[in-house]
Design a protein around this ligand. Structure first.
Ligand code: NAD
Length: 328
């Protein structure tokens, strides 16, 4: 057997976990991927892929056996429409997954554990305006996280800290800000705003209107997937164990996002606002001061470049001919 470092990626059938698995295999790691489903759009690059439900402790023990590092990306999650309407399911599943994975990693002598938190842990009272001040890591407290999904993430950040301080499990914690890119969910109800907008515009004709959730003035920042996996890897290699933002710090409105995608598509697209739909916080942006200090790096890929690659992939998906039913 070679001296390859063995790592586990949980959620390897999902968007970020799939891309991270490819990245780690390319860098010479031996990767075990675990998920309840295989990647939807492309075969996994993992050396070994196990279908396991990580809500159960015995499955977490099997998943973490014999690996030196764990990247914990498994979660029951989705875009704002999903997380606002499935709070019980999300907190139950993701708490069980994360508590058991953490504990099994500790029991199996895993050296380093990477936990994927979210910008949804930041307090609502700091995100009431569209033109908000970018969020610094210390803004997390006094806590007022996104109800359901955000509180579970914040709680797990603390669990990581307690396992590190009391049991010596070396943890890393990242807070992602809206990661997007090809091979991510773009329909079915769990998709996020960049993918949903790319899909709607790909399906629209020149001159059509598309539905926009809210008044379009709410703001966010968006980070392309290749920058995300590079940031994950750099944080895992660092000796920094406090939670760290990982995202872009260019804030735009949903209206601007629609206009950029329409330009990429070469279509004139109007907006039809539905203010009854969930919108999340009014404004959110990442303060990347600490990211630059700790990682000596920051996301490199422009929003336009990332959206162009994503739009092309989603357009190709939605234009695929529907499978033809074969009668017996
Ligand atoms: P994703 O939904 O594509 O991937 C999560 C994966 O976890 C899925 O493949 C799912 O099948 C798997 N999973 C769910 N329940 C499971 C179970 N019981 N056992 C095993 N696997 C299970 O999501 P993603 O965008 O790749 O997100 C990865 C991580 O990053 C998650 O923890 C998520 O909360 C966090 N995050 C993502 C974003 C983003 O913008 N994508 C933002 C903030 C935080």
């Amino acid at each position: 057997m070679s001296d390859q470092v063995k790592v586990l990626v949980t959620g390897a059938g999902g968007f970020i976990g799939h891309h991270l698995t490819k990245y780690l295999v390319e860098r010479g790691y031996w990767v075990r991927g675990v998920d309840i489903k295989e990647p939807e759009y492309e075969a996994t690059a993992a050396d070994e892929f196990k279908l396991l439900d990580l809500r159960f402790r015995e499955n977490c023990l099997e998943a973490t056996e014999g690996v030196a590092q764990v990247y914990g990306l498994a979660a029951n999650m989705g875009g704002i429409g999903f997380i606002e309407s499935h709070k019980g399911e999300i907190v139950r599943d993701s708490s069980l997954i994360n508590l058991h994975t953490n504990d099994a990693a500790q029991e199996n002598g895993v050296k380093r554990y990477f936990y994927t938190s979210s910008a949804c842990i930041y307090p609502g009272y700091k995100q009431n305006e569209a033109d908000i001040t970018p969020l610094r890591e210390e803004d997390a407290y006094p806590a007022d996280a996104e109800d359901g999904y955000g509180w579970e993430k914040l709680y797990m950040e603390r669990i990581c800290r307690h396992y590190r301080e009391d049991f010596g499990l070396d943890t890393r914690v990242v807070r992602f800000h809206n990661i997007f890119g090809p091979l991510g969910t773009y329909d079915g109800g769990r998709e996020k705003s960049p993918a949903a907008i790319c899909r709607k515009i790909a399906l629209a004709n020149d001159g059509d209107d598309i539905e926009v959730w809210g008044d379009g003035l709410q703001t966010r920042s968006y980070c392309y997937i290749d920058d995300c996996v590079e940031g994950i890897y750099r944080l895992m290699q660092s000796d920094y164990h406090e939670p760290l933002n990982l995202g872009q710090d260019r804030m735009i409105s949903i209206n601007e996002l629609v206009d950029i995608v329409a330009k990429i598509a070469g279509k004139r697209i109007g907006k039809r606002y539905d203010t009854t739909k969930p919108q999340g916080v009014r404004g959110r942006n990442s303060d990347n001061t600490r990211l630059r200090e700790v990682l000596k790096w920051e996301p490199q890929i422009s929003l336009e470049e990332g959206l162009e690659r994503t739009y092309k992939w989603i357009e190709a998906q939605v234009k695929q001919p529907a499978p033809v039913a074969v009668s017996a």
